[in-house]
Write a protein that binds this ligand. Structure first.
Ligand code: IFM
Length: 457
């Protein structure tokens, strides 16, 4: 047995998001979000479900906090639902919405759990989408207003802020591929959306800092390491393009570079941008986006094996292949590839030098159900997490400044376009009774946190 230990202050946590767990979609003045509208549009969510009730966390948050406390979890990342705070997108604030998060934060602090608040995890007020959503610059301005309202309300108690979760999903998956709300397939709108999401981050950071003295502020990206499917020039070029599309498009401007020139050229050539390029970028925007942050959040799930042949449904992006026949896959159809976490951490550390990195999400979908004795023996998730923790530790030994690890997710929840068919939780949720059962992975995680170490045979 080898013992792999972590630094003393390492932040072990779990993550969730508002629309995926809260429910209470029509309560206490909450406005409609793009996910309410999208999930109720036939054919958009595979099992026809929505987040109206989800895990009913809005009413059960005290029970959920007690559960976390029992597992020894001391760091909790959750998101705030913009339509609960400002149902009309901008302007009038809804006090009961702010009160809910105030009660949540107080209860967390009382339980000795530090809150990490994400301001945007995809539930845009529908009224803003009706005006064009993130494709419009005015949404970035509305976000800054909303961020200020939340930071002024919670900023005395919350000292870790994440502006956005996964800008690639909020823009490309949602406006280009049409898989997430608002379900558009408009490449130009998607590229404009990506810029406005990043701009809103840059503009919000000083506002949050002013309202929450001493706080750490950052942004979370979903990053994917990649490899060409073959050494052919075509596959290597497709891999370059994939990296630009998925990773560099967001990392470069956040770390003080322009949008990648090769990608602007690719997009002009493909007709995704006019010959003048990304015209939504106004003077000063890139300086705003490159505001110095205290940390970068990285969400890691899998790698991309990239080949050059095109698939029409991906709107002519190079084809990413997750097939590695001898390897294991999760139920999302994602390859289990722990070393990819080390690879992406090292790449970000060496190429961009963030001050600090939190792994703000990592986890796996396996539907293992309770046995007759009520126990959930989710060995696959347990070994998935163990192998990824080891990969993160290796990156730390190689110099990556990783300060914490948030398992996705605390509990099974609404997995967007896949509805409730995918279970990422370390806690089982029975959606009929709302009973929670910590799975074997949660009990094992409790031991890791207690020891601040892993035992590996
Ligand atoms: O459930 C999502 C989460 O909302 C964002 N990151 C990826 C997770 C799994 O798909």
């Amino acid at each position: 047995m080898t013992n792999i230990s972590f630094p003393k202050e390492f932040a072990w946590g779990v993550a969730t998001s508002s629309y995926q767990i809260e429910g209470a979609a029509m309560e206490d003045g909450r406005g409609e979000s793009i996910w309410d509208r999208f999930s109720k549009t036939p054919g958009k969510v595979r099992d026809g479900t929505n987040g109206d009730v989800a895990c009913d966390h809005y009413h059960r948050f005290r029970e959920d906090i007690a559960l976390m406390k029992g597992l020894g979890i001391k760091h909790y990342r959750f998101s705030v639902a913009w339509p609960r705070i400002i149902p009309g997108g901008r302007g009038k604030v809804n006090p009961p919405g702010l009160d809910f998060y105030g009660r949540l934060v107080d209860a967390l602090l009382e339980a000795g759990i530090e809150p990490y608040v994400t301001l945007y995890h995809w539930d845009l007020p529908q009224v803003l989408q009706d005006e064009g959503g993130w494709a419009k610059r005015s949404t970035a301005e509305a976000f800054v207003e909303y961020a200020g309202v939340v930071a002024r309300s919670l900023g005395d108690r919350v000292k870790k802020w994440i502006t956005h979760n996964e800008p690639w999903c909020a823009s490309m998956l949602s406006y280009q591929m049409g898989i997430h709300a608002p379900g558009l397939k408009d490449y130009r709108a998607a590229l404009a959306a990506s810029h406005h999401v990043l701009l809103s981050h840059g503009l919000a950071v000083p506002v949050i800092r002013a309202a929450s003295p001493g706080a750490e502020v950052g942004i979370t990206l979903n990053l994917t390491p990649w490899v060409p499917a073959s050494p052919s020039d075509a596959d290597r070029d497709a891999a370059r393009h994939f990296d630009g599309y998925f990773n560099r498009w967001f990392l470069d401007p956040l770390f003080g570079h322009h949008y990648p020139a090769d990608m602007i050229a690719d997009h002009i050539a493909a007709g995704h941008l006019p010959p003048e390029g990304l015209t939504v970028v106004k003077p000063g925007d890139l300086q705003e986006i490159a505001v110095k942050c205290d940390f970068l959040g990285i969400n890691y799930y899998n790698r991309a094996v990239v080949r050059s042949d095109k698939v029409p449904e991906a709107q002519n992006e190079p084809r990413t292949v997750f097939v590695a026949p001898e390897k294991e896959w999760t139920e999302m159809g994602w390859e289990v590839y722990p070393d990819g976490l080390r690879e992406i951490l090292m790449r970000v550390h060496l190429d961009y030098r963030p001050r600090k990195i939190y792994i703000t999400e990592n986890g796996a979908s396996y539907s293992t159900a309770p046995g007759e004795d009520g126990r959930v023996r989710d060995e696959k998730r347990l070994s998935f997490l163990r192998d990824h923790f080891i990969a993160a530790r290796r990156a730390m030994e190689q110099g990556a400044p990783v300060a914490g690890y948030f398992v996705w997710s605390l509990m099974d929840n609404f997995e967007w376009d896949r509805g409730y068919s995918q279970r990422f939780g370390i806690v089982w949720v029975d959606y009929k009774t709302q009973q929670r059962i910590p799975k074997d992975s949660a009990l094992w995680y409790r031991g890791v946190i207690a020891e601040n170490a892993l035992s590996v045979s």
